[in-house]
Ligand binder design. Structure first.
Ligand code: SF4
Ligand code: SF4
Length: 345
């Protein structure tokens, strides 16, 4: 394993930014979000970003086709991503969300834009030293301080970052910055392993203290389609969609055309199952006519339908929806009330 001293980080950012667009969690106006780094930008690894980094692969709004019409002719021009990029400082929960998005966008029919970005991107994940109050990734068998699927795994050890390449892309990136790296001593490597164990144990203990886990959850949710739980929960939902926009695994989108005179563009933009129009048909029929059906859909999709189809939950326990829902409609409350068994009880 390698390490890089913190005083060399400014050099590291510059070196990497010359090779590819470099995304970091950046502090701006009191908020941390992933954005392309430029000189003077304030990198902040201290808290997870408000908006998840899924928007680097699956942009919030994206033009993918331009068109012009003329006399009897229609000209089409597709717009494709070309730039290589490095996504640096992704938390393990957010990295796990890419596996979930892959199930949607890489299986047939493949989404070409998403697939291309997955090829163009190199993922550097940073382990959590201290999971946040609303985090519960261990409930979904994830680790706060380790991300399978990362090209490079990095741990903040105080004076330095430990650096472990974990894929061919990660090895290539390491070769680029080799002059800045030193060999880590065995006791420093051992400290990273201890960090992994203690953060995972700490978060798992916090989940137990909250009184729920996900063992047996799918079984518990089967047959709850008409349960009074949804009746109880939905009244306070405002239908604002914040929970879905900020969720790293939510992947629904709409397609719209914008045109003026004889030219225009086609773009995709994030959509939300929490909106009344989401399932509204042109006939006026709506199979999810009230917020009750929409709230139920969101939770059952994440916790029952998606795992039944793909074998993994569509929640990585990042806690963003728990923090940001204005009325505290909390997925952990749903898990608990639906009957998820308390681990170890
Ligand atoms: S964030 Fe809360 S209030 Fe807004 S749609 Fe989601 S559950 Fe409803
Ligand atoms: S449902 Fe909530 S906790 Fe789970 S991944 Fe989405 S935002 Fe994070």
């Amino acid at each position: 394993m390698k390490k890089i001293a913190k005083e060399k980080l400014a050099l590291l950012w510059e070196l990497l930014a010359h090779k590819a667009t470099l995304y970091f969690p950046l502090q701006e106006d009191g908020a941390v979000n992933f954005a392309p780094w430029k000189n003077g930008a304030q990198v902040d690894f201290g808290v997870n970003s408000i908006v998840p980094p899924k928007n680097v692969f699956f942009p919030q709004a994206e033009t993918y086709l331009r068109f012009k019409t003329g006399a009897k002719r229609l000209q089409l021009e597709s717009v494709e991503p070309e730039e290589k990029f490095i996504l640096f400082g992704v938390r393990p929960c957010d990295l796990a969300s890419f596996n979930i998005l892959d199930k949607i966008f890489l299986e047939e029919p493949t989404d070409g834009l998403y697939a291309k970005r997955r090829r163009l991107g190199t993922l550097v994940s940073m382990g959590c030293n201290e999971p946040g109050e609303t985090c519960f990734c261990t409930s979904f068998a994830l680790e706060p301080a380790f991300a399978p699927g990362a090209d490079v795994m990095v741990w903040d050890m105080g004076e330095f970052l430990l650096w472990e390449p974990r894929s061919t892309k990660g090895e290539a990136l390491t070769a680029v910055i080799n002059e800045l790296l030193d060999e880590a001593a065995p006791e420093e490597t051992a400290a990273a392993v201890r960090l992994r164990d203690t953060t995972a144990a700490g978060e798992a203990a916090a989940a137990r203290q909250r009184g729920w886990n996900t063992e047996g959850l799918q079984e518990a949710l089967r047959g709850k389609f008409n349960d009074e739980l949804w009746e109880k929960l939905y009244h306070r939902c405002l239908g604002c969609g914040i929970c879905t926009y900020l969720c790293p695994t939510c992947h629904c989108f709409d397609i719209q055309d914008f045109s003026r005179d004889l030219e225009g563009e086609r773009f995709s933009c994030w959509d939300s199952c929490m909106f009344a129009e989401f399932t509204l048909m042109t006939s006026g029929e709506n199979p999810r006519p009230t917020q009750k059906e929409r709230v139920r859909q969101r939770f059952l999709h994440k916790l029952l339908y998606f795992p039944s189809k793909f074998g993994l939950y569509a929640c990585v326990g990042c806690g963003r929806c728990v923090r940001k829902c204005p009325v505290h409609l909390d997925i952990t409350q749903v898990i608990k009330e639906a009957g998820g068994v308390v681990s170890g009880s």
